[in-house]
Design a protein around this ligand. Structure first.
Ligand code: ACM
Ligand code: ZN
Length: 691
C-alpha cells in the first residue's frame, strides 16, 4: 500500500512538473504563419497578465482597431497612458522609417517584444492590425501569456492575398462569412472573393430586378447534386424552396465586419455564361427568349447591357472595393452562332467570331465599370477575342493565361487550379468526403510559385498576388467548407505574404499542425493533417516489369489533352496518383488499342493494366479488355478477355486492375480496352504491365 501511495505521489510531482514546463514554454515567433520577413530572437520573456492587459494606441486610428483588440482573445483593455501599456502601438507615416522593410509598406509592421513592454510600430492601421494577428498566433489566441522576446520586421510580398467563396452552389450565411474573415485575418489574407451569381442560384438583392431573389435564388433541391440532375428554380415561398440571398442590409453588415478585419470583399457577377438562373427569371435576356434553353446572356440584345449595367450600378453602390469581378469563364456561346441578334451585332461591329463577340461584351462592361471609377477582374477566358484594355486577369486554367496577360502589361491574380482549387480532394479519396475529384494536398498548394521564371521585373510588377478558390458543388455543410479551406488557405497565405526564399514545406507543415489545433479550439473544423495518408502508394516509386522501357505502338492513340509521358508513358514504370490530371495517367476519348514490343520472344505469365474511374468526370473503367499476343507482330492470338465486374456508375473514385494470367511465349503483347457505353466516356490507364 505504501509503495503504491509513494508511486502516486511521484506521478503527481512529475505531472505537475510537466504541466509547469508546458505552461512555461513561451509563445514563439517561430510558429507564425505566414512566416515573417525577418525575426531576430532576443533574450527574455514578456508576461501578459491573464486578463485586462493594458494597451495604448498612439497616432491616427479609428475606433475599429481598439474595438477589435478588446474583443480579441488577447484580453486587452485600454491603458490611461503610453508608459502604463503592456502593448504600445504607434501608428504614423514616420514609424517605420529606417526599419529596412521591403514589400508592401501599407501593410508593414514592426513588433518588438522586450521583457518590459511589447511595442508595435506601423505606418498604417492595417500594419498594426497585422502585428496584433502575429501576437494572436504567438499566444495561441490569448491562451499562452508568456512570449519569447524578439523583434519582427514584416511586410507582404504581394498586395492581393485572396480566398474565394462560392455561395451560389450552396448558400452560406453572413455569419459563416464573418467567421471565415477572422481566420483569414489571422493568416493575413486580405481579399474575400464572393461568387454571388451562378446557375445554381442568384445570391444578392437587386432592387430593379426582384425576380432574381423571388425566384432565381431558390430551387426545389437542397443539394447541388440533386439539383444538377433536374436544374429548375422555384418561388421563394414554395414549401420545397432551398437557397437564399443576401439583402442589401446583410451585405452592409458583411462589409462592416470585413473593414474591421482589413479585408476587401470583391463581388462577382457572372457574365456572359453560368447564368441559367437569370435566363430562367428574365428569359428575354437570352438568345432564344425562352427560359431553360440558354445559359448565356445574349450580347446581341441591348436589353442585356441595360440589365447588366443596372445590376452593376447597384452592386458598385454597395461595395467599396476598387474591383468588380465580372466572371467571363466557360460561356458556352452556343446560342450566339445562330441568334439573329448576335449575328447582327457581329456584322455591325465587324466581329469575326463568337470569341470576339464575348470580348465585345466584356469591353463594353469594362467601359461602364471604369466610368464609375472602378476596375474589372475576369477569369482568364476574357483573353479570348481580345482583352479589355484595363482588365485584371484571374488565371485559373493554369498560369499560361496570366503569363500572357502579364506580358501584355495587364494586372494578374494567379489561381491555377492545379495548386489553388480547394474543391479538389486534399487526401486519398477513399478517406475523404465526396468531391469533384482532383488531388491538391497541402504540399501541392504550398509548392506554388507565382512569379514564373522568365518574367521581367516590369512584368512581375503587374502580378498582384494569389488566391485559392473553393467551388462548392459538393459542399453542402459549413463545416465541410471549413475542412476544405484549412489548412490549405494557410499555404496560399504564406505564398502571398512571405518572401519566396523563406518558404520551407517541412517547417510550414509543423506550423500548420499547430495552427490547425488553434483554429479547432476556436471552433473551426479543419482537415486532420496528423492522419494525412498522402498520394496513391503505387505512384510513389517506379514499377519494375518485363515491358518497362519497351516500345509501344498505338492502333488507337491517346488524346493530346492527357498524353502523360507520350508514347513511352505506358511502359515508363510510372504509375498514376489520385487524379487523372497528374500527368501520369494517359487518357483516351475512345477505346484504347496498344501494342508493346518486348524486343524478343520471351515467356509471358501476366498482362495487366489499371484503369481509373471518376464517374462525375466521365472517366470510366472499360467494359472489357481483350489481350492478344504474337511472336512476329503480324499474327496475333487471343489470350483472354477481362470483363468489368463493378459498376462504372459508382459515384466515387476507384481504380480497377484488368489482368490475365497465362503461360506462353511472345514478343508482342496487345490490349484493346473498350470504353464504357455512356456518351463521352473516356479511359485512363497508367501502365501496361507484362511479366
Ligand atoms: C472556373 O473554375 N470556372 C473559374
Ligand atoms: Zn443572341
Amino acid at each position: 500500500m505504501k509503495i503504491i501511495l509513494t508511486c502516486i505521489a511521484a506521478v503527481c510531482v512529475l505531472a505537475s512538473a510537466a504541466e509547469k514546463s508546458v505552461a512555461a514554454i513561451p509563445g514563439s515567433p517561430e510558429q507564425i504563419i505566414p512566416v515573417p520577413m525577418r525575426i531576430e530572437m532576443k533574450e527574455g520573456v514578456f508576461s501578459l497578465p491573464e486578463a485586462d492587459a493594458p494597451y495604448y494606441i498612439k497616432g491616427e486610428t479609428k475606433d475599429a482597431l481598439a474595438d477589435y483588440m478588446e474583443q480579441s482573445g488577447l484580453e486587452l483593455s485600454p491603458a490611461g497612458k503610453a508608459s502604463e501599456a503592456d502593448i504600445l502601438i504607434s501608428i504614423g507615416p514616420k514609424e517605420l522609417k529606417g526599419a529596412a522593410i521591403q514589400g508592401h509598406a501599407d501593410e508593414a509592421y514592426l513588433l518588438e517584444i522586450a521583457p518590459r513592454q511589447i511595442k508595435v510600430k506601423a505606418g498604417t492601421e492595417t500594419g498594426a492590425f497585422y502585428a496584433v494577428q502575429t501576437l494572436l498566433q504567438m499566444t495561441g489566441n490569448g491562451q499562452t501569456r508568456q512570449l519569447q522576446c524578439c523583434r519582427i520586421s514584416d511586410a507582404p510580398r504581394f498586395g492581393y492575398r485572396g480566398l474565394h467563396f462560392d455561395v451560389s452552389r450552396h448558400f452560406r450565411s453572413k455569419e459563416f462569412l464573418m467567421k471565415q474573415m477572422d481566420a483569414m485575418a489571422l493568416v493575413k489574407l486580405n481579399r474575400m472573393h464572393l461568387h454571388l451569381t451562378d446557375g445554381a442560384g442568384w445570391r444578392i438583392e437587386i432592387e430593379k430586378y426582384p425576380r432574381l431573389t423571388e425566384f432565381a435564388a431558390w430551387r426545389p433541391y437542397e443539394k447541388w447534386t440533386d439539383w444538377a440532375a433536374d436544374p429548375v428554380y422555384c418561388e421563394y415561398d414554395d414549401p420545397d424552396a432551398s437557397g437564399g440571398y443576401y439583402t442589401k442590409d446583410d451585405i452592409r453588415k458583411i462589409l462592416e465586419y470585413a473593414r474591421s478585419r482589413h479585408i476587401e470583399v470583391i463581388p462577382e457577377i457572372e457574365m456572359p455564361g453560368h447564368s441559367e438562373e437569370v435566363m430562367a427569371a428574365y428569359p428575354e435576356l437570352s438568345c432564344s427568349g425562352e427560359p431553360y434553353r440558354n445559359s448565356d446572356f445574349c450580347p446581341g440584345k441591348e436589353e442585356t447591357f441595360t440589365f447588366l449595367e443596372n445590376v452593376l450600378t447597384e452592386v458598385m453602390e454597395l461595395f467599396p472595393s476598387e474591383y468588380v469581378h465580372i466572371g467571363g469563364d466557360e460561356a458556352s456561346k452556343s446560342g450566339w452562332k445562330t441568334c439573329p441578334d448576335c449575328k447582327r451585332r457581329m456584322q455591325e461591329e465587324g466581329l469575326e467570331d463568337v470569341d470576339e463577340l464575348q470580348s465585345y461584351l466584356i469591353h463594353r462592361i469594362e467601359e461602364f465599370v471604369n466610368s464609375k471609377g472602378k476596375k474589372i477582374i475576369g477569369w482568364d477566358e476574357i483573353l479570348q477575342g481580345g482583352l479589355a484594355p484595363n482588365a485584371t486577369v484571374m488565371s485559373w486554367r493554369g498560369p499560361e493565361g496570366g503569363i500572357k496577360a502579364l506580358k501584355s502589361g495587364h494586372d494578374v491574380i494567379m489561381t491555377p487550379s492545379e495548386f489553388c482549387y480547394l474543391d479538389y480532394t486534399q487526401d486519398a479519396p477513399f478517406k475523404e468526403p465526396e468531391s469533384i475529384g482532383g488531388y491538391v494536398p497541402l504540399a501541392k498548394t504550398y509548392s506554388y510559385e507565382p512569379a514564373e521564371k522568365g518574367l521581367t521585373e516590369e512584368e512581375i510588377s503587374h502580378l498582384l498576388g494569389v488566391q485559392c478558390n473553393l467551388w462548392s458543388e459538393y459542399i453542402t455543410q459549413d463545416s465541410h467548407a471549413e475542412y476544405m479551406y484549412y489548412p490549405r488557405a494557410f499555404a496560399i497565405a504564406e505564398t502571398g505574404w512571405s518572401p519566396a526564399e523563406k518558404k520551407d514545406y517541412a517547417g510550414f507543415r509543423e506550423r500548420a499542425l499547430a495552427l490547425c489545433d488553434m483554429l479547432q479550439e476556436m471552433g473551426y473544423r479543419t482537415f486532420d493533417l496528423k492522419t494525412e495518408y498522402g498520394d496513391r502508394k503505387e505512384s510513389l516509386r517506379p514499377l519494375e516489369h518485363l515491358a518497362k522501357g519497351c516500345k509501344v505502338t498505338y492502333d488507337i492513340r491517346y488524346t493530346d489533352q492527357y498524353p502523360a509521358g507520350g508514347d513511352s508513358a505506358l511502359t515508363d514504370g510510372i504509375c498514376g496518383g489520385w487524379t487523372y490530371g497528374d500527368r501520369k495517367w494517359q487518357g483516351f476519348f475512345s477505346d484504347a488499342d496498344v501494342t508493346v514490343d518486348l524486343g524478343s520472344v520471351q515467356p509471358v505469365h501476366y498482362v495487366g493494366a489499371t484503369f481509373m474511374n471518376v464517374a462525375g468526370a466521365w472517366v470510366h473503367i472499360p467494359r472489357k479488355m481483350e489481350v492478344y499476343v504474337s511472336e512476329d507482330g503480324v499474327d496475333f492470338s487471343h489470350v483472354g478477355t477481362v470483363y468489368q465486374d463493378i459498376s462504372e456508375k459508382h459515384n466515387f473514385i476507384f481504380f480497377k486492375q484488368y489482368s490475365v494470367i497465362c503461360d506462353l511465349k511472345a514478343r508482342y503483347v496487345r490490349i484493346h480496352a473498350q470504353r464504357a457505353a455512356r456518351p463521352g466516356a473516356c479511359l485512363f490507364l497508367d501502365e501496361l504491365v507484362v511479366n
